[in-house]
Design a binder for this molecule. Structure first.
Ligand SMILES: [Zn+2]
Length: 100
């Protein structure tokens, strides 16, 4: 799990998860030292890869169902499962820079 770059306190899964869904463009704050962290571009890509891609793929092409709504529900479920794993994989940085 990602740690605070400043004080090495480990972020909680719940904090990262909430951040990924609700505050994608706001920093996540370290509970211990208050340092703001921003998701890296790679982290943002990881998030999309794990959530949106499976959702689209399974919803559109790989669904075992022929029914559109069932496929949609299936795609969303796969995306949600992916999103549960995202907090383990995303990375943060302290400064907000435009560079990758
Ligand atoms: Zn900290």
């Amino acid at each position: 799990m990602q740690r605070c770059i400043n004080c090495k306190t480990e972020f909680k899964w719940k904090e990262i998860y909430r951040y990924l869904w609700g505050h994608l463009f706001n920093p996540i704050k370290c509970e211990s030292c208050g340092e703001d962290h921003y998701i890296t571009v790679k982290g943002r890509l990881t998030n999309s890869m794990l959530v949106i891609l499976p959702m689209l793929l399974f919803g559109q092409f790989l669904s075992p169902f022929n029914h559109m709504l069932l496929s949609l529900g299936f795609g969303i479920s796969v995306g949600l499962i992916g999103s549960l794993l995202t907090p383990f994989l995303v990375t943060f940085k302290i400064e907000e820079t435009k560079n990758i």
